[in-house]
Design a protein around this ligand. Structure first.
Ligand code: PRP
Length: 180
């Protein structure tokens, strides 16, 4: 139960609703990559649950790599600065078809930094898959190729998404009302 220290959470998508959407995205990816094995690049930490579920629904052979990118300062506001702590190099992704897997695209700053980082290793193609898209918050122009849900009005937690590292374990996605 919420108390003075814990914000109220508004349920937005249940784990069942997420699973249906994840399956549909996997089917799209299967259609698009029927004759080539793409490399999924998970942007940690937030994408790890989505990536794990998505990967198990994709029938096409895929490989997986991870990147550690930090963009948010404490709380619900982005710092506007992104740091790539580590990620795959040319051995893993050079000449390969890449799908960047994000939990959320908000300002677009993080995903743009991920794409720029990956480009230096000359992959054959880069597409972007995000479970959540909040396009009205965009600062950097970037358009995902695969999207689970569009939304506005909320800072979201659960299914891998956090507030100050909490709530990632919630099976569904919940909103925190915010004026930003
Ligand atoms: C979150 C999320 C995205 C990014 C999106 O990461 O996972 O990578 O913010 O925001 P943007 O479009 O405004 O850049 P965060 O930095 O919170 O780290 P986390 O994945 O470890 O939770």
């Amino acid at each position: 139960m919420p108390n003075d220290h814990e914000p109220a959470l508004t349920p937005l998508w249940t784990s069942q609703e997420i699973a249906v959407r994840v399956t549909l995205i996997a089917e799209e990816i299967d259609r698009d990559y029927s004759d080539t094995a793409p490399v999924l690049i998970g942007a940690l930490k937030g994408a790890f649950i989505f990536l794990a579920d998505l990967m198990r629904k994709i029938q096409t052979p895929v490989e997986v790599e991870f990147m550690r990118v930090s963009s948010y300062e404490s709380g619900t506001e982005s710092s506007g600065e992104v740091q790539v702590d580590w990620g795959p190099t040319g051995d893993a992704i050079g000449g390969r078809h890449i799908i960047v897997v994000e939990d959320i695209i908000d300002t677009g700053i993080t995903t743009t930094a991920v794409v720029e980082y990956l480009k230096q290793f000359a992959p054959s193609s880069i597409r972007i898959c995000t479970l959540l898209d909040r396009p009205e918050r965009r600062i950097v122009e970037i358009e995902p190729d695969y999207t689970g849900f569009n939304f506005s009005d909320y800072f979201v937690v659960g299914y891998g998404l956090d507030l100050d590292q909490k709530y990632r374990q919630l099976p569904g996605i919940h909103g925190l009302a915010t004026n930003t």
